[in-house]
Design a protein around this ligand. Sequence first.
Ligand SMILES: O=C(O)[C@H](O)[C@@H](O)[C@H](O)[C@H](O)COP(=O)(O)O
Length: 238
Amino acid sequence: MAREQLSAARYSWNGFADRQDLATALAGQIADRLAGAIAERGTALLAVSGGTTPAKLFAVLSTAPIAWDKVTVTLVDERFVPPSSPRSNAGLVAANLLQNEAAAARFVPLYHEAASIEDAAAADSEALRSLPWPLDVVILGMGGDGHTASFFPDAGNLGELLDPASRRIVLPVHAASGGEPRLTLSMARIVAAGFVALHIEGDDKRTAFDGAMGPGAKKPIRRVIEAAPRPIEVFWAP
Ligand SMILES: O=C(O)[C@H](O)[C@@H](O)[C@H](O)[C@H](O)COP(=O)(O)O
């Protein structure tokens, strides 16, 4: 049930007793959505976030019995580091998602060796243009500051990152709070997905989410939820 919140921020809350139950339920919904896309158009496009939250979800999802050879997996965002770096989201996905049945999926990374993050973002936009857009499934995470993807509140180009009319696919991000320079899908590409799930765990993240949905300056996660044409599905466990 969508909990109508202040203004247009619409979302459905899916709370679970523990993180394994959440991973099983969310992986099942993702697999169903991907299988439906494959049945409908012969292919499916999935974008996942990195960070420390999704490893358990990836492990369960990797065993889903779907036609992974018809699934393209890319990233919601990426740190400007090579896949060998412990900070790499591509490395996280390779180690946790692209295994078992999901090893058959095609993976399209965001990181490219380039002279600048701007050059890498331009190369990405060309490399990703031919993917079967729109995304069928997007899995977002959220930081305690209310960022999602690499839409950090202190990003110099936050307005461009959150522009619902942006025609860009991948944008560069410079934000002190994000650590390395980042590459991120634009909000326009994220909210156009058929299914947008926000995966958060722990009491601190729940408090941060509830705060972002309350009155006051709109944090990036609130801007994304408001821009989404359909209620996003929030998955939370303590
Ligand atoms: O590259 C990243 O870090 C993610 O894409 C980012 O948006 C992440 O989802 C949040 O920062 C939450 O990260 P944790 O799961 O580590 O709390």
